[in-house]
Design a binder for this molecule. Structure first.
Ligand code: G3P
Ligand code: CA
Length: 285
């Protein structure tokens, strides 16, 4: 019988099915919706800040153009990371009857910097610190090999600043994972994290069944496996092999209710989804 309460629900790029991904509003909504954890991707700007952006370039998710690592934070701060999604979304609230008709409000919405500004990791950590409840973080390093360890160094510096390194990963309120885990498709990146901060759990992300690890083993020291849902659908027995080898299994990106049921049947430990509220509803939480 699947355990519908133990599985962690992780908001992928925030509540990104409803709100522009990686914006403060997307994460605030995920917290309000009851997500157990927040997933985010981090990239380094030209002047050394970690920002929550998925793609190498800003073109898809903003009104600007260019490569994140060649832009400074001040340049990113001038871009609109929200309006690219607004047309596709229903209006958030019915239009107020007394609104001044002269007000230039694109798409019938009040401009909201929380939905449109680039989000720094620092700001996201502040949001989590102020959440008023335990919210876990699953932070993914993107293409870190290019930066010779600078992404991991800056990430760990920031986590230290917020007191998130060196905590006992087994919290007194339950045997769940620690409040922060670091994920990557790059074994090199995970190794750097483990060497610098062995107390932080790491997640090895996998898009395809890795030949070397098809028996359920993982790179040395990695506790958690992060297979994509397509991999799990095609190889459901892989989850059991990972569990037998002593690993937790966090599956991404699970939005379809049938895939949620599959994950429950297989007993995965976390479901990473763009639609945390819908998944929580399906779990009866
Ligand atoms: O949570 C892992 C997942 O986010 C990896 O894929 O492309 O969405 O970063 P991607
Ligand atoms: Ca990611």
């Amino acid at each position: 019988m699947p355990n519908r309460t133990a599985v962690r629900v992780v908001a992928h790029r925030g509540s990104s099915g409803a709100v522009p991904e990686h914006t403060l509003a997307a994460y605030r909504r995920a917290i309000e919706e009851g997500a157990d954890a927040l997933e985010c991707d981090v990239r380094l700007t030209a002047d050394g800040h970690l920002v929550c952006v998925h793609d190498r370039r800003v073109d898809r998710t903003s009104n600007g153009r260019g490569v994140v690592s060649t832009l400074e934070l001040a340049q990113l701060a001038e871009l609109d990371f929200g309006s690219w999604r607004e047309e596709a979304l229903p209006p958030e609230e019915p239009e107020a009857p007394d609104r001044d008709p002269e007000l230039p409000v694109p798409g019938g919405r009040l401009p909201d910097p929380e939905r449109s500004s680039v989000l720094t990791l620092e700001r996201l950590l502040e949001l989590v610190a102020d959440a008023g409840r335990r919210v876990e973080l699953a932070i993914e390093t993107k293409h870190p090999t290019r930066y010779a360890g600078r992404v991991e160094a800056e990430l760990l510096r920031m986590l230290h600043r917020f007191g998130l390194v060196g905590q006992d990963p087994r919290q007194p309120d339950g045997a769940g994972p620690g409040p922060v885990r670091i994920m990557s498709f790059s074994q090199l990146s995970l190794r750097r994290v483990r060497e610098a901060a062995p107390s932080i759990p790491t997640v090895f992300l996998m898009e395809r069944l890795p030949l070397r690890f098809r028996d359920g083993s993982l790179p040395r020291g990695v506790e958690i496996a992060g297979p994509g849902i397509e991999l799990v659908r095609a190889n459901p027995g892989f989850v059991a092999r990972l569990h037998r080898a002593g690993h937790r299994v966090h599956v991404w990106t699970v939005d379809d209710p049938a895939d949620v049921e599959l994950c429950l049947r297989l007993g995965v430990d976390a479901i990473i989804t763009n639609r945390p509220r819908e998944v929580l509803d399906q779990l009866g939480r």
